[in-house]
Design a protein around this ligand. Structure first.
Ligand code: BES
Ligand code: MN
Ligand code: ZN
Length: 522
């Protein structure tokens, strides 16, 4: 979406609509021609400035734009990029409804003022993210004209930015647009159904994406080589599928040559039937590659933003199917690490493809930090619901850094422990371990993965079973009635702040970009 930053006061901007942000019980519009009519609405109680209120009115010549959109921002003391982004995204959602005629939207930022904790660049980023996320819809398979026509906001003008801030706002917009766009690519991949999103398609997407980002390399490791690598666990899951396994590898070398990279590893399970432990209802399991989508798109954004770090993204991609060739309960798989696994449940397949990818990434790249992400357990939805990511790991500093990265972008995260006391639940009489360990399911899955992490290797595991998929609710401007693209934004934030600067201090400000006290306390 094209953005323009203008020093001109908002009342002079020609647009289909001018968004006038208003704080609750506050009418700071003195000097504007529309001030009197807005004040009247306040007095009558029709509009109070409560967060999320939207009122579209004809401007009747009071400003150059033909409509005025009054937008409630809530209490001024609580203003932060999240409250502003949340409110603004709703305007874009509203303007993206079929039949709306608003193509050019101006935002009167001079009225937002400058709450002490919001920097110009961050305001720019919030507006760009709100615009891209608020306008997002998945229309690839709609054929009717009304759905294919792009009848949503096409251009945004940010008005009334003081001269010295114009460059900063522009920088923030550029960054926000990249991050939001790649997060929306992850949404598209999750939205795409399994007949259009097989491992071949996921691999083709990664290759095409890499071609569009100078310096980003993509290689696909095909089944014959996966066999040579000895990934018996990954191949066990793939056995029932007519589509061969693909291992997607992305490399970004923006840092010093030889510097140990950041490694993201994502579950690319293109459809999860459950296998012979068949799911009673597998609707929604087209999204079981959400971790892989986030890994691929985070690497895309990292490259596009030219971050000065080395990073790799690894995605084992397969389906979990039922057929005469499929793996059975009781089978024993020989993983790449050498450890053997008894398949107690064919539906606990995510960990079986991730463990080989984790071995591969450690042997090939010796990463400084690994984060894996997966729609791994239904138990994570029970534990933290659909609005939180469950975070586990083996290193307190790395865990804190990830928490802070999530907090800074306003994504919710909560840590779960990986205690020794549940280890023996993974014992098997016939192999080194079983692939399920009973309750608590999210933790025993994390403990399973931990067995594939080398001594001294810093690692976190993100269970995104709730946060990445369709929720039917908005829980922030980066979400919507769609899969969220979580945790792409947090992954980019971690790469940019915490990983790029190893000595990064976890100071108070670091965790408070939104200024709303949402930093997790332990
Ligand atoms: N992909 C599922 C987990 C899942 C469930 C994600 C619901 C999103 C929504 C995973 O492969 C799975 O089936 N896990 C099992 C593990 C069990 C067999 C130990 C589960 O959660 O039931
Ligand atoms: Mn499963
Ligand atoms: Zn799964």
């Amino acid at each position: 979406m094209p953005f323009t930053v203008s020093k001109d006061l908002s009342e002079a901007i020609v647009a289909d609509a001018l968004v006038i942000p208003c704080y609750e019980s506050d009418t700071p519009l003195k000097g504007y021609k529309y001030a009197a009519s807005v004040e009247k609405l306040f007095h009558k109680g029709d509009f109070t400035g409560k967060g999320g209120q939207i009122l579209v009115l004809p401007s009747q010549g009071s400003v150059a734009a033909s409509r005025v959109v009054l937008l409630g921002l809530g209490k001024k003391e609580k203003a932060c990029t999240k409250t502003i982004g949340d409110a603004l995204a709703d305007v874009y959602r509203h303007a993206s409804i079929d039949g709306q005629k608003i193509k050019t939207l101006a935002v009167a930022t001079e009225i937002i003022g400058a709450p002490a904790n919001i920097k110009a660049a961050e305001l720019g980023r919030a507006i760009a993210e709100a615009a891209v996320f608020g306008s997002y819809r998945f229309l690839t398979h709609h054929t009717k004209e009304k759905h294919t026509k792009k009848n949503w906001v096409e251009t945004t003008i940010i008005a009334g930015v003081p001269g010295k801030h114009v460059k900063d706002v522009q920088k923030g917009i550029e960054k926000g647009e990249v991050i939001a766009t790649y997060t929306c690519h992850a949404r598209d991949l999750v939205n795409e159904p399994s007949n259009f999103m097989k491992p071949t398609h996921l691999a083709a997407f990664a290759e095409k994406m890499a071609k569009e980002v100078p310096g980003l390399k993509c290689k696909i490791i095909h089944k014959a080589e996966i066999e040579k690598l000895g990934m018996g666990s990954f191949l066990g899951v793939n056995a029932g599928s007519d589509t061969p396994a693909h291992l997607i590898v992305l490399e970004w070398n923006g840092g010093k040559k030889g510097d140990a990279p950041l490694a993201y590893v994502g579950k690319g399970l293109c459809f999860d039937t459950g296998g012979y432990n068949i799911k009673p209802n597998s609707l929604g399991m087209k999204g079981d590659m959400g971790g892989g989508a986030a890994t691929i798109c985070a690497l895309g954004a990292i490259g596009k933003l030219k971050l000065k770090i080395n990073a790799v993204g690894i995605v084992p991609a397969t389906e979990n199917e039922i057929s005469g060739k499929a793996y059975h309960p009781g089978d024993i798989l020989h993983s790449m690490s050498g450890q053997t696994i008894e398949v107690d449940n064919t539906d606990a397949e995510g960990r079986l493809i991730l463990c080989d990818a984790l071995t591969y990434v450690q042997r090939t790249y010796k990463p400084r930090v690994i984060a894996d992400m997966a729609t791994l357990t239904g138990a994570a939805v029970v534990a933290v619901g659909s609005k939180y990511v469950a975070l586990m790991g083996n290193d307190d500093d790395t865990i804190s850094h990830f928490e802070h990265a999530f907090n800074r972008v306003g994504e919710n995260v909560w840590q779960l422990p990986l205690p020794e006391c549940y280890e023996k639940q993974l014992d098997s009489p016939v192999a080194d371990m079983k692939n399920i360990g009973g309750n608590p399911g999210t933790i025993t899955a994390g403990l399973f993965l931990k067995r594939f992490i080398d001594e001294g290797q810093k690692w976190v595991h993100l269970d995104i079973a709730g946060s990445a998929l369709y929720d039917g609710d908005n829980w922030g401007f980066w979400t919507g009635k769609t899969p969220t693209g979580s945790p792409v934004r947090a992954l980019v934030e971690y790469a940019e702040t915490c990983f790029a600067d190893a000595k990064h201090k976890l100071d108070k400000e670091h965790g408070h970009r939104h200024g709303d006290g949402r930093v997790m306390k332990r």
